[in-house]
Ligand binder design. Structure first.
Ligand SMILES: Nc1nc2c(ncn2[C@@H]2O[C@H](COP(=O)(O)OP(=O)(O)OP(=O)(O)O)[C@@H](O)[C@H]2O)c(=O)[nH]1
Ligand SMILES: [Mg+2]
Length: 198
């Protein structure tokens, strides 16, 4: 059976969301990429532990006027990728707004990662790696650095997301099994009690 994972990209306009998707899905980079006027969807298949995985990738528009559409693309998302541009401080300080939208829309299923994009422009950086790392640590979200121009970190980003997704699924399943086992042993004790008392 093919497992489908829905991934939604979030972040300010111009941080490079569409460029990450383009680089990963088509191995292309456009220096003058056009801003989204709505959300686009791309699909890509990959293998993970001998399983075929289909990634459904939603690339949302970062411009303020399209923000009301974002919840539509976050519902049912398995993973959110929140992107900032390492050369633009405001895209980093506004991460908290993206995180809070995500927490409101998907309170239970808010597995997300942070991406510092345009790491080829390190000489123009306005957000240091240490600052971003501290922020991601506080949020308990992994941090990835990428460059769509040089392709740095792009494959690894998606590989890690899929790995983490399966790890979380396994943990959820284990918790569920433990809960069921506890429930069953409680029932057994109750049954024993009732069968001996009369
Ligand atoms: N140098 C460099 N430029 C990048 C990188 N990623 C994206 N860009 C450039 O940044 C600009 C904006 O990129 P987009 O991918 O369109 O940004 P976006 O986040 O999709 O923007 P919206 O669709 O408006 O939300 C484009 O001109 C890209 O070429 C990168 O890693 N390095
Ligand atoms: Mg875009």
């Amino acid at each position: 059976m093919i497992k489908e994972i829905k991934i939604t990209f979030l972040g300010n306009s111009g941080v490079g969301k569409s460029s990450i998707v383009k680089r990963y899905c088509f191995d292309q980079f456009d220096q003058n990429n056009q801003s989204n006027l709505g959300a686009d969807c791309a699909q890509k298949e990959m293998e993970f532990q001998n399983n075929k995985i289909k990634l459904q990738i939603w690339d949302t528009a970062g411009q303020e006027k399209f923000r009301s559409l974002v919840p539509l693309f976050l519902r049912n998302a398995h993973v959110a990728i929140i992107v900032y541009d390492i050369t633009q401080k405001s895209s980093f300080t506004q991460l908290k707004e993206w995180v809070s939208s995500l927490e409101q829309i998907c309170p239970k299923n808010n597995f997300f990662v942070l991406v510092g994009n345009k790491c080829d422009l390190i000489d123009q950086e306005e957000v240091t790696y240490d600052e971003a790392k501290q922020y991601s640590y506080n949020l308990k979200a992994p941090l990835h650095y990428t460059s769509c121009k040089t392709n740095q970190g792009i494959q690894e980003l998606f590989q890690k997301i899929v790995e983490e997704y399966f790890k979380q699924q396994e943990e959820l399943q284990n918790t569920e099994t433990q809960r069921n086992e506890k429930q069953n042993s409680k029932l057994k004790v109750q049954k024993k009690y009732y069968s001996t008392c009369c």
